[in-house]
Design a protein around this ligand. Structure first.
Ligand code: ATP
Ligand code: MG
Ligand code: FE
Length: 368
């Protein structure tokens, strides 16, 4: 059985063809990252236009590279939620026409479910496991109990961790640093933080007294922004031209994000243990999403998992960020279990906002 996966929820146009074992037969990915970096953030109509310009070619490339023709496909799986409405619409419309033309079943995919399950394409990871997803648009903690069975323990309440790093990077104009010109905000912060000292701008971990697993990164964002403004005033330089202490600010921001993530995750692990939500044999924390490619953050989380006896798994960076492969893999998992497979002529809709799984965030608050 062969599945074509299509992703357009944010700023990556991705497609891939996978077989039932998770073997990638062909894939193609077009990233809009550089355009959005230049614009200082994602402008939805611009993202939409770029998806429109690229989707046909990206899907054709994935098919060509796999040597699979549309009639050989068992199903088409496409991200329909959550994401930027204008971006989602392009993939959904394309897929709707594609499955009608080729008379193929359609599998609507939840983007965060796909991020959570990617690890199972690479190695056997049995349900249930704890998963932490951290990206430019999301932060969430959930127990994955099955392909479409999640308990949501914590979710982002404001700015996502990747967005926090991107905003600080933008405020520092890191794109003007020669070694950072093609890097995302998060990557630039990670690189500069290597030569910085976080203690010079240390801040308290947010929501220290809030006893749940939800996330907030707005405080870190505004705190670091005001530090930057203060330093610019002290140095008497224009906005975005700070020279000294850029590395220290990067290190402090990264450290604050890491501490925040480990604190919330630690609480989720304790909650899972207290409620027997994870197996006693080989309990696992899966880490994914663009921010998961950050070594410092991985290291911080590995300290917590070691301390609590959990096994930490993180897909390689290319599978942590958005791509068509993870969507196709989610399609494979759903096809195997016969979950949410729709006929070719069905009307497909997209949902910009869509929570993942059963909301347990209030229960977690009560438990600690
Ligand atoms: P979504 O939330 O819908 O998945 P997204 O497109 O922002 O949205 P990704 O493509 O998974 O998600 O991740 C992009 C984010 O990851 C950006 O915010 C980027 O700054 C961040 N990021 C990428 N590499 C690193 C890194 N090495 N360290 C920290 N953050 C990083
Ligand atoms: Mg992206
Ligand atoms: Fe994503």
């Amino acid at each position: 059985r062969l599945v074509l996966g299509i992703e357009t929820s944010c700023d990556e146009t991705g497609a891939a063809v996978l077989d039932e074992t998770g073997c990638i037969l062909g894939e193609s990915l077009h990233s809009q990252k550089e355009v959005h970096l230049r614009n200082g953030g994602i402008i939805p109509p611009v993202a939409q236009q770029l998806h429109k310009e690229n989707i046909e070619r990206v899907v054709q490339e994935a098919l060509d590279r796999s040597g699979v023709t549309p009639d050989q496909l068992s199903a088409v799986a496409t991200t329909v939620k959550p994401g930027i409405a204008l971006s989602l619409g392009v993939g959904v419309l394309f897929s709707r026409n594609f499955v009608r033309r080729h008379d193929k079943p359609f599998i609507p995919i939840h983007h965060m479910e796909a991020h959570a399950l990617t690890v199972r394409m690479l190695r056997p990871v049995a349900f249930p496991f704890l998963v932490l997803l951290i990206s430019g648009g999301h932060s969430l903690l959930a127990v994955a109990r099955g392909v479409d069975d999640f308990l949501l323990l914590g979710r982002g309440q404001d700015v996502a961790p990747g967005d926090c790093l991107d905003k600080v990077a933008r405020r520092l104009s890191l794109i003007k640093h020669p070694e950072c010109s093609t890097l995302s905000g998060g990557q630039a912060i990670e690189l500069l933080a290597k030569d910085g000292d976080w203690k010079k701008f240390a801040i308290q971990t947010p929501m220290g007294r809030i006893r749940n697993c939800c996330f907030s990164f707005a405080g870190i964002t505004s705190h670091m922004t005001s530090k930057i403004i203060k330093m610019e005033a002290e140095e008497g330089v224009e906005a975005g031209t700070l020279l000294s202490c850029v590395n220290d600010i990067a290190a402090a921001t990264q450290h604050a994000v890491a501490c925040n993530l480990t604190k919330r995750t630690h609480r989720a692990i304790l909650f899972c243990k207290a409620n027997n939500l994870l197996p006693s044999e080989n309990p696992t924390l899966v880490l994914s999403g663009g921010v998961a490619s950050n070594e410092y953050i991985r290291k911080a989380l590995s300290i917590i998992t070691e301390e609590t006896g959990l096994h930490l798994l993180c897909p390689p960076a290319e599978f942590c960020t958005d791509n068509g492969v993870m969507i196709a893999w989610n399609g494979v998992e759903r096809l195997r279990e016969g979950l949410g497979i729709l006929p070719p002529n069905v009307d497909v809709f997209y949902e910009p906002k869509a929570p993942l799984g059963l909301d347990m965030t209030e229960e977690v608050r009560a438990a600690d």
